[in-house]
Design a protein around this ligand. Structure first.
Ligand code: ADP
Ligand code: MG
Length: 743
């Protein structure tokens, strides 16, 4: 290496990034070239309820609607009519191919395209799309992770249309594909994907919630739906920098990188004005999502530099889940057009905040029509009855989360999320619930039966009818809690930013269904004791409050005191993925999920294996990437600078002048030496990993020794970066990645 050329590519990248301008793109226009409103083109690429009504005969429309609303099987008689309508609509929009779009256990989506084109017996081409092509498909599925399901059962996997999620058209630069949201199941009906169990959990939750509501006299409620609004955090980095970082390319996070003098401590990025280039990116991203009928609503700068967030209006949990997959996909696609790479990893950069998905979750009674306008069961409401109902549902969530905190922790476990949950960063690995000051006080008073002045005495007597007004203004914020009540919904903040939300939501649904079942039994017993409605409910709520105290925590979840306090309360603190995943296999998790009809035991075990395997692969990829960066970029930069300094020291000596740079040379040499040493230690530890008898053992070594060695290697690399002349350093530095990318 000649002097100082190590950084040439980096300097070129800086120049390239500094010359960027916001990308111009075409907003949708009408035939006269006038810009359309969002509401004019919203959902043009989905075959939604409005299009069904428009394109289908009345009878078929009514039947399809009822299929969607009741979750029942599709009437085979109408399938052909529906397939025909969808085909005509798709062809009229220039679509050439279709695919079953499904969610294998990889965290992302899968699709295999088929052309509509068919050739008839006279060798004439025509477009065909039959009812069976709409309803079912058999992809060659042997390469999707099944966690052993397919050796235990049958190798074949099927995808089946999920009519509750609208069919949509995905546009590419040079074509369009019709995507049919589907579930992916084995020949025997085992869930091979993320969606099947989510749909099952919604069904179970609805049944259990209806049972409870019927018991308190709401006989008319036929269905209850979990609602979900997912706040998605992400980082943007310029493509030119990204391309020079093997770690970002291979692992989604930086494995090395010294801290810049300024990080997020000034808090000047949060809610700051959105940089022009990012604004252009966001607008185009939102435009694509609107066409797909994804109701993205808010956008803003997040806490860390170059970190952002987008959040939609909430929807039914299964649709919100599909839509979040689309959000992640469109984020990636549109970012590339703007010369950005989007980083969905939970912790792309050390020293600044990581990214999560905040899952805002609630329960809603189903309305009669196609719209989401039922009653929110976690809204305290305005009448005494609504207040009592609210308390029962709240008690159910308390019981559900308290009793099933292990599987909830497991639901968010991943190698990426370990950097958030295990570290002092939102939120911790200990699952607890935050209710806010006023609600806590109300629960305390229900528990003791005494009323203090802070809550009006009348509130309790009237069945807490005053709750809503007071509540709304009083829901305080606790950003450190993994499961926080925010006025009329819970926010599960422990979900990782890159994760599919299906599994965590399935397990939240399962936990709450379990809680509701328990509360319903307790309440039924009170009724058997001939207690009146109000007394029976308040007695039930009191009992649950007493039983679930340990799960409630209003303080700072990051503090050391909480770690100690949680331990006293017997709440598990599962910092790393291997120990968290083990919670899936406890007797309680297996029994509960099987009883609720959400996962068979074999399905849970397969999920455990898939997730353990993914954890192992992710860490091994990180290790390999780090080794190659050390060997081919970091050590060579160190050698080159060391060589330059040696020459300079020799020249100084030859000239008979002092050579103080000798001190730097010594330090650089020491660092190179210890880096080489640690690099060998890592190799030895890896051999131990290879020799591990089981996957679990392997995962434990990776989460222990290997992770520790990687951290130590990083520390040395970062010091080397801080001492090496800037024009010898090949990797874009944190100050560039974080502060130049989006300016
Ligand atoms: P925050 O309360 O975090 O400031 P918002 O009020 O904007 O933010 O809500 C955050 C997310 O919660 C949005 O996606 C929103 O649609 C969603 N949300 C609001 N009400 C509900 C609900 N009843 N069920 C599920 N999600 C909801
Ligand atoms: Mg929020």
């Amino acid at each position: 290496m000649s002097m100082g050329t190590g950084a040439k590519a980096r300097f070129d990248a800086i120049r390239e990034v500094n010359s960027r301008t916001p990308r111009r793109f075409d907003p949708p226009r009408d035939d006269h070239g006038k810009r359309l409103r969002i509401s004019d083109y919203y959902g043009v690429n989905t075959f939604d309820i409005h299009k069904m009504r428009e394109k289908l005969p009345k009878d078929a429309y009514t039947k399809l609607l009822s299929t969607i609303q009741t979750g029942k099987k599709l009437d085979p008689e109408i399938a052909n009519t529906v397939a025909h309508a969808i085909k005509e609509w798709a062809l009229s929009r220039g679509v050439t191919h279709f695919c079953h779009w499904f969610q294998p256990q990889t965290g992302s989506t899968a699709e295999k395209h088929d052309a509509f084109l068919t050739i008839d017996e006279h060798n004439r081409p025509f477009e065909k799309f039959s009812d069976s092509q709409l309803i079912q498909s058999e992809p060659d599925a042997s390469s999707f992770p099944s966690g052993g399901m397919r050796t235990t059962f049958e190798a074949r996997g099927y995808t089946a249309w999920d009519p509750s999620s609208p069919v949509f058209i995905m546009e590419h630069r040079n074509g369009k594909t019709l995507c049919i949201p589907s579930v992916f199941i084995s020949y025997h009906g085992d869930a091979l994907d993320e969606k099947t169990a989510l749909l099952r959990s919604m069904e179970t939750l609805s049944q259990r919630a209806c049972n409870l509501l019927h018991l308190i006299g709401e006989k008319g409620v036929k269905r209850v739906i979990p609602t979900l609004g997912i706040e998605q955090e992400y980082f943007l980095v310029d493509r030119a920098f990204y391309s020079l970082r093997p770690d970002l390319i291979m692992t989604g996070r930086t494995l090395v990188g010294g801290q810049p003098p300024k990080g997020q401590q000034l808090e000047d990025h949060y809610f700051g004005s959105i940089p022009a280039r990012v604004q252009a990116f966001m607008s185009e991203m939102e435009q694509e999502l609107y066409k797909l009928g994804v109701p993205v609503k808010t956008r803003h700068n997040e806490v860390a530099p170059s970190q952002f967030e987008t959040a939609p209006i909430f929807e039914e949990a299964n649709i919100a889940t599909d839509h979040n997959q689309l959000v992640m996909e469109i984020l990636r696609k549109v970012a590339a057009r703007h010369n950005f790479s989007v980083l969905l990893h939970e912790k792309p950069y050390a020293g600044v905040n990581g990214s999560g998905k905040h899952n805002n979750w609630s329960l809603m009674t189903a309305a009669s029509g196609p719209d989401i306008d039922g009653e929110n069961l976690l809204d305290p409401g305005t009448t005494p009855h609504q207040n009592l109902r609210f308390l029962l549902i709240l008690a159910s969530v308390l019981r559900g989360v308290h009793h099933n905190s292990g599987m909830l922790r497991a639901s968010v476990a991943s190698s990426g999320n370990d950097h958030r949950l295990g570290a002092n960063e939102a939120p911790p690995a200990i699952i607890s619930m935050f209710l806010g000051d006023l609600l806590s006080r109300i629960l305390n008073q229900i528990e003791t039966g005494t009323i203090d002045k802070s809550v009006d005495a009348a509130v309790l007597k009237l069945g807490i009818s005053k709750l809503p007004e007071v509540m709304r203004d009083n829901t305080d914020r606790n950003r450190t809690s993994p499961f926080a009540f925010t006025g009329n919904k819970f926010e599960f903040r422990a979900v990782g930013s890159s994760a599919s939300t299906a599994f965590p939501t399935t397990l939240v649904n399962a936990a709450v269904a379990d809680g509701i079942e328990y509360v319903t039994e307790v309440l039924a017993r009170k009724f058997n004791e001939k207690k009146e409605l109000e007394t029976a409910i308040l007695d039930t709520v009191r009992q649950i409050i007493q039983e679930t105290k340990a799960i409630r925590f209003e303080g700072n979840n990051y503090s050391e005191e909480w770690v100690k306090e949680a331990e006293k309360r017997g709440l598990p603190n599962l910092r790393k993925t291997p120990e968290a995943l083990a919670e899936l296999l406890t007797e309680r998790s297996l029994k509960t999920l099987a009883r609720l009809g959400i996962f068979t035991e074999a399905e849970v075990i397969s999920r455990f294996h898939v997730r353990t395997e993914r954890y192992i692969k992710n860490i091994l990829i990180e290790v390999d990437t780090l080794r190659s960066m050390v060997d081919t970029q970091i050590l060579p930069a160190g050698y080159a600078y060391q060589g330059m300094l040696s020459g300079s020291v020799a020249s100084a000596k030859a000239a008979g002048v002092p050579a103080p740079q000798f001190e730097v040379l010594k330090r650089i040499s020491t660092l190179i030496h210890s880096l080489q040493g640690k690099r060998s230690d890592l190799d030895v530890a890896l051999q131990k990993t290879d020799a591990a008898a089981t996957e679990e053992e392997k995962a434990r070594i990776l989460s222990g020794d290997i992770t520790t060695f990687m951290g130590e290697i990083r520390t040395i690399c970062d010091e080397l970066e801080s001492l090496t002349a800037d024009d010898y350093w090949p990797l874009p530095k944190y100050r560039e990645l974080l502060f130049l990318s989006v300016s």
